[in-house]
Write a protein that binds this ligand. Structure first.
Ligand code: SF4
Ligand code: SF4
Length: 121
């Protein structure tokens, strides 16, 4: 798997992905449908998600866990503490600023025209 970057940090340097408690999971599928990064695949045998692409999980994201109706998803650490440690260790904000400048150069109001077109329809 390609090692993606997260604001200048190698994604695979850190362990962060959803841990599923299969005793609690009811097989609703909300986590799979919610994740925009294709972290999950589906096991038809188990009728449950598999965190098959853990390296695609966004560092510090907990969205699928928040939406899980059974609280069946946890992560390796408290997200605020985890991200705080990651920021301290990597001093990411110069890179964040560069990314913001590039974004604003390409889209001065941070309005991406394709999205605007879709919203108008
Ligand atoms: S959202 Fe929770 S209960 Fe639903 S499939 Fe995912 S882990 Fe299971
Ligand atoms: S934490 Fe976010 S990125 Fe990671 S699997 Fe859940 S929804 Fe996807």
């Amino acid at each position: 798997m390609a090692n993606k970057m997260w604001h200048g940090v190698e994604r695979l340097k850190y362990k962060w992905f959803p841990i599923i408690n299969y005793d609690a999971c009811n097989g609703c599928g909300m986590c799979l449908l919610t994740c925009g990064n294709n972290v999950f695949t589906w096991s038809t045998d188990k009728n449950a998600p598999l965190a098959a692409n853990p390296g695609s999980c966004v560092l510090g994201c907990t969205t699928c866990g928040k939406l899980c109706p059974e609280d069946a998803i946890t992560f390796q650490d408290d997200p605020k503490k985890f991200i705080g440690r990651l920021i301290r260790e990597n001093r990411i904000f110069p890179e964040v600023r560069k990314e913001l400048d590039a974004r604003l150069k390409a889209h001065p109001d941070h309005i991406i025209m394709e999205e605007l077109e879709v919203a108008r329809k």
